[in-house]
Design a protein around this ligand. Structure first.
Ligand code: THU
Length: 148
């Protein structure tokens, strides 16, 4: 039962990511990406890539979705789906893996698919994509009060 529910949720997320891709601003690479993130409040936050004429300022779709969720008070991510109009499933870049890891619940799912093959996603956990994510030890963190 739970498995079926998860499969349905992943396809909902993939659908939402494909729709978010329509808003991608990618005049330089012409590579459009959409992301849809499920937070623990059960809401879906979407994002698209936003490029810049100063190329390195480009922000990936995954990070746009993540900051939207956090700005809405959500700090626990269950799953993210990523869709591109390329020919291979778009796994998140290294920077986005670390960015997502900050707010990932244990077992957070990453689903990646091409627009043409939405029904055939690649499924991995974020942990599989980013083992040994960077963390600060207790001594290195600011006080709880300062980080809230
Ligand atoms: N891009 C994403 O949005 N997500 C990724 O995971 C990888 C790359 C975007 C950045 C840039 O606008 C375009 O794809 C080509 O690199």
């Amino acid at each position: 039962v739970k498995k079926n529910r998860n499969i349905r949720m992943v396809s909902r997320l993939l659908q939402a990511a494909a729709e978010a891709m329509a808003d991608a601003y990618a005049p330089y690479s012409r590579f459009r990406v959409g992301a849809a993130l499920l937070a623990s409040n059960q809401k879906i936050y979407t994002g698209c890539n936003v490029e810049n004429v100063s190329y390195g300022l480009t922000i990936c779709a995954e990070r746009v979705a993540a900051v939207k969720a956090v700005a809405d008070g959500q700090r626990e991510f269950r799953a993210v789906a990523i869709v591109s109009d390329g020919t291979t499933p778009p796994f998140p870049c290294g920077a986005c893996r670390q960015f997502l890891a900050e707010f990932a619940l244990p077992g957070m799912i990453v689903a990646a698919a091409t627009r043409k093959d939405l029904a055939d996603p690649r499924l991995l956990t974020l942990r599989e994509l980013l083992p040994h994510a960077f963390r600060l030890d207790k001594k290195g963190t600011t006080s709880r009060r300062a980080s809230r």
